[in-house]
Design a protein around this ligand. Sequence first.
Ligand code: GTP
Length: 340
Amino acid sequence: MVIAGVRTVSRKLLLLPPRGSGCYDPVPDARDSLDAGGSRVALVAMVIAATGPARTGRAASGAFAASAGHSGRMRSSLTPLGPPVSRDRIITSFPKWYTPEACLQLKEHFHGQVSTTCQRRNTGTVGLRLSKVVVVGDLYVGKTSLIHRFCKNVFDRHYKATIGVDFEIERFEIAGIPYSLQIWDTAGQEKFKCIASAYYRGAQVIITAFDLTDVQTLGHTRQWLEDALRENEPGSCFVFLVGTKKDLLSGAACEQAEVEAVRLANEMQAEYWSVSAKTGENVKAFFSRVAALAFEQSVLQDLERRSGARLQVGDGDLIRMEGSPPETQESTTSSSLGCC
Ligand SMILES: Nc1nc2c(ncn2[C@@H]2O[C@H](COP(=O)(O)OP(=O)(O)OP(=O)(O)O)[C@@H](O)[C@H]2O)c(=O)[nH]1
């Protein structure tokens, strides 16, 4: 049975887009570019059933799980009785923003009803759920490096282009409740855009990355965001704008680059962060913030679904979801619940 086509290229992976996505034949292009670019082609597996996921790497088994819906890793992520999450994935207080000038929420605590619900262990199916995070941006800006620094605590200075998409699942414990992020790494190269964009759908968080040392990549983030939003319901995604390679800039140069980035983040209704995958600066704090925002939204959505009633916004809460009209942006639950 043909399920999907998978090629792994070193660590990076190509998945064929889902049927009906309108771009179902990327293979010759991918093969040509790999050969021409000198990338290492480790495996071509057009028929997963023939090779089996066990013969592929960790990323490939994750990809198989995405298409076939099972893998040991994913199962353990979703099982409340799985192994405990590592200490640095335990979030007890609401992680802070990077700069108050471009942030999605200014508050410092979980929404009152979220805290109560978590204390009572009454979060419904939230503890079994995982939120989809999609990372987009130009080639070479450091998307893979950012994800690998967070998920594997490694940094590779050698560039290997992402072919198509890959993903990692990271488990957290937030306010005592298990929670997982499924973090999708997409290819920045134009020729793979069609493949990658087929995986934008269903994102709860969109991370648009740019290189702090290359202003052109900042200019392109708007287009990346538009493309990702097109595949999702209006008002349903948290948006982050992330400047990478902070270690390559002096403090003053970084501040200068951030001025324009913060301005753009506000236009995009995004939260802004500067990070370095090389040194690890801000990487953990950033993903903790992403996880907490996604988690809180999931709990609130679950509560609303169950009660059918609108929750009141707490004092000092400010949340912005892309696409929500300005007058609704100060409402925590109504906008975060996507019901405006
Ligand atoms: N100094 C420094 N270099 C970085 C950092 N992040 C990434 N790089 C380097 O930048 C290059 C590109 O990084 P990748 O993470 O592969 O970029 P990408 O955005 O995933 O690229 P595509 O897969 O083509 O979309 C690599 O050589 C990395 O080592 C960083 O924080 N600091």
